[in-house]
Design a protein around this ligand. Sequence first.
Ligand code: GLU
Length: 399
Amino acid sequence: MRLKLSQRVLGLEASPTLAITSRAKELKKKGHDIVSFTAGEPDFDTPSHIKEAAIRAINEGHTKYTPVGGIDELKEAIIERYRKDHSLEYSKEEILVSCGGKHSFYNLCQALLDQGDEVIVPAPYWVSYPPMVRLAGGVPRIVSTDEKDGFKISPEELENAITEKTKAIVINSPSNPTGAVYSHEELKALVEIAVERGVLVISDEIYDKLVYGEVESVCAAGVCEGARENTIVLNGVSKSYSMTGWRIGYALGPKELIDAMMRIQSQSTSNPTSISQWASVAAISGSQQCVEEMKREFKKRRDIMVDGLNSIEGISCIRPHGAFYVFANVSALFGRRYNDRVINSSVEFASFLLDTVEVCVVPGAGFGDDRFVRLSFACSEEDIKKGVERIREAVGLLR
Ligand code: GLU
């Protein structure tokens, strides 16, 4: 048989963040002394009270199908959290629990987009937004933002990007990969335009608990009148509770949209893992001390990484206010060479680091800006110091 794949999948590449992370892991396994700054996941173990809740769930027999959209206990925990943290009231019908934040976004695109519908995606963006929009037949309309504006889209830029085909705008605050966090005022200005123009706000708030004291993270659904009805909030337990492998994400938004997403989920994956859902109840409604401890560590590591990178000639980065990534500008090094090798792109710079000093970073190209590389500081302080020194050594080889 001559297998003929769908048109849909022909141009589709595997997620670059996942591909590079597993490449670094493989090299390590083979004995290479790799310093990896690729991982989009905390290096901490999942807190023990969360693991115990999962073990309890198994022992109590919570091992069967659950309602497609999630167990009531988890929805209640989410409702309580949004009430407490953001003074927002949601009902169970306005919540859908899925297999990770990525799955929530996927369901959303499938439920929302028709062929040719546009979704405004400010760049730098998280690698999977454009492919998921395209898989649903939509068109990602990329709006580049600048480092000097803190990588944030302005109200004017949003206005200018809206066409009669615009269905939604993606806002990811705190941002992966830049760590930018929109203030209440900045978010309000954007959401007001979206409300006025009838454009849905897709607010990916997966890093909302990971901010480092300089700013607060704000929920887009609460910034102005009409925001709640005009916004779908995406969140999950992966990043805040170090639960990436458990695969639990959730969406809060208009009932009609949530119900459509639920129908897609019911015809594809069914419910997310029952055991992970019970673990997530413990994560969301239990003590938040574990989050505070991780944050303290992340902040220390962030500062070591930012100060270290900024002390290397040719590399510069702004201090991220949230998430756990540094987006470093390496374009001042473009045009320089090492032996026969000329560095002219983020991909070339990343391979140069891997080949010469065994440091793994993610090229900015996958995030929509080729002048940068992304480094995760969700790894040990020792690795950060070692990795930064190796980068300094590698840059020193360039002429
Ligand atoms: N969101 C994480 C990252 O950006 C995990 C990998 C992925 O799903 O892309 O590295």
